[in-house]
Ligand binder design. Structure first.
Ligand SMILES: NC(=O)c1ccc[n+]([C@@H]2O[C@H](COP(=O)([O-])OP(=O)(O)OC[C@H]3O[C@@H](n4cnc5c(N)ncnc54)[C@H](OP(=O)(O)O)[C@@H]3O)[C@@H](O)[C@H]2O)c1
Length: 320
C-alpha cells in the first residue's frame, strides 16, 4: 500500500512516501481503507522524537491518528461494524506504528463512528482529535453551561475552530484570540469577543470586560506567561483546561478553588458519534479545511510546524 512513513526521528526531511505492507487488524480492530487523514500538531511532535516516555515507536512509523474511510475487514471480536461501513475515527495508540497517513490502517472498533452522509471524507477526517479534545474539555471537564463565559485561545487553529463552535452550541459567551487576518473567520464561527493578540493585551482586555473573571479558559498556548495568565483570568471556582502542559504552581489555584488539569484527548467512538450527529444536524459547523495530497506531507508538516495554519490541514489519501 502507499504510505507516508519515517524510519528515524527528525525534521520533516525524514518523511518518505512509498510502499509498505498492508497491516492486519487484531481481533478487536477493523481495517479501514483511508480516504483522508487530518493533520494535528502531535503528528510532527511525535516525528520529532518528543514524548517517547509516554508513546513508544516501532519503525517504520506511519504518522497520523485522524481518519475517514471505509471498512474492508473486521476482527473476530467485532460485531458492531461491517465491511463497507463508512467511518470516521481516531487511531490513537500508546505505541505507534500503523498511522492513518496510508491507504489502510487498523483501528480499534471502539474508536470509530459512522461518517455523517452530509460530510465529505475530507471534512470528516478533519474532526476526530480536535472535536473529542474540545468536547471533553468544555462539556465534560468544564461542564460549560448556557450563559457562562469562556476564553478559547488560538481560535483560528484546528482545536480553536471547533472549540468555538462547541462552546456556542453549549450556550456560552466566547472570547478568543487570533491575528488580524483571522478575525472575520473566528467571528463567522461564532466568537462573541475577538482579541487580535498581536495588537492588544488579551489579559487586560478580558479583565476590563469581565472584572469578576471568566467561568473557563481553554488554554492551548505554551508559555509561562499564558499558563499563569489563565489562572488570573478565571473567577473563584472557575475552570482552566490546559492542552499542552501541567497547571502552574500558583497559590491562587487553591485560594480561589480553581479546577485545573492538563487534559489529553480520549478516543471514544460513542462520544465521537454523538458529535458527528451534531454536525449532521448543522448544530456544529465544519472548520476551514485545506486539502493536501499525501505526496506533499513534508510541506504539510512544515506548515503545521510554523504554527499559523487556519482551521485544519487534511491529507487526501485516495478516492473511494
Ligand atoms: N491535549 C490534547 O489532547 C490536545 C489536543 C489537540 C491539540 N492540542 C494542542 O493544542 C494546540 C493547538 O492545536 P491546534 O490543532 O489548534 O494547532 P494549530 O491548528 O496548528 O494552531 C494554529 C493556530 O494557532 C494560532 N496562534 C499561533 N500563535 C498564537 C498566539 N500567540 N495567540 C493566539 N493564537 C495563536 C494561529 O493563528 P494566527 O495565524 O492568527 O496567529 C493558528 O491559526 C497545540 O499545541 C496542540 O498540540 C492538545
Amino acid at each position: 500500500m502507499k504510505a507516508a512513513y519515517y524510519d528515524t526521528h527528525g525534521s520533516s526531511d525524514v518523511l518518505k512516501v512509498g510502499e509498505l505492507p498492508i497491516p492486519q487488524p487484531s481481533d478487536d480492530e477493523v481495517l479501514v481503507q483511508v480516504a483522508a487523514a487530518g493533520i494535528n500538531p502531535i503528528d510532527r511532535r511525535l516525528r520529532n522524537g518528543e514524548l517517547t516516555e509516554y508513546i513508544s515507536r516501532t519503525f517504520p512509523v506511519i504518522p497520523g491518528w485522524d481518519l475517514a474511510g471505509r471498512i474492508t475487514q473486521v476482527g473476530a471480536n467485532v460485531s458492531q461494524w461491517n465491511v463497507g461501513d463508512e467511518v470516521v475515527g481516531l487511531a490513537f495508540t500508546w505505541s505507534i506504528q500503523h498511522g492513518t497517513n496510508a491507504e489502510y490502517v487498523p483501528v480499534s472498533a471502539d474508536a470509530i463512528a459512522k461518517k455523517p452522509k452530509s460530510l465529505s471524507f475530507e471534512e470528516a477526517a478533519a474532526l476526530p482529535l480536535v472535536c473529542l479534545t474540545a468536547w471533553q474539555a468544555l462539556a465534560e471537564f468544564g461542564n460549560l453551561q448556557p450563559g457562562q463565559t469562556v476564553l478559547i485561545q488560538a481560535g483560528s487553529g484546528g482545536l480553536g475552530s471547533v472549540a468555538i463552535s462547541i462552546a456556542k452550541h453549549l450556550g456560552a459567551t466566547v472570547y478568543t484570540t487570533c491575528s488580524q487576518k483571522n478575525i472575520e473567520y473566528v467571528r463567522a464561527r461564532g466568537a462573541d469577543h475577538v482579541i487580535d493578540y498581536q495588537n492588544a493585551d488579551y489579559l487586560s482586555v478580558i479583565q476590563n470586560k469581565e472584572p469578576d473573571g471568566l467561568d473557563m479558559v481553554l488554554e492551548s498556548l505554551l508559555s509561562d506567561a499564558t499558563t499563569q495568565a489563565a489562572i488570573n483570568l478565571v473567577r473563584r471556582g472557575g475552570t482552566v483546561a490546559y492542552m499542552n502542559n501541567e497547571p502552574p504552581q500558583m497559590s491562587a489555584i487553591d485560594e480561589n478553588n480553581i479546577k485545573t488539569e492538563f487534559l489529553h484527548h480520549r478516543p471514544d467512538g460513542d462520544s465521537l458519534g454523538q458529535i458527528m450527529a451534531l454536525f449532521e444536524r448543522g448544530e456544529l459547523t465544519i472548520p476551514h479545511i485545506e486539502v493536501v495530497p499525501l505526496d506533499d506531507i513534508r510541506q504539510a508538516h512544515e506548515r503545521s510546524e510554523a504554527g499559523h495554519t487556519k482551521g485544519k490541514l487534511v491529507l487526501h489519501i485516495q478516492n473511494l
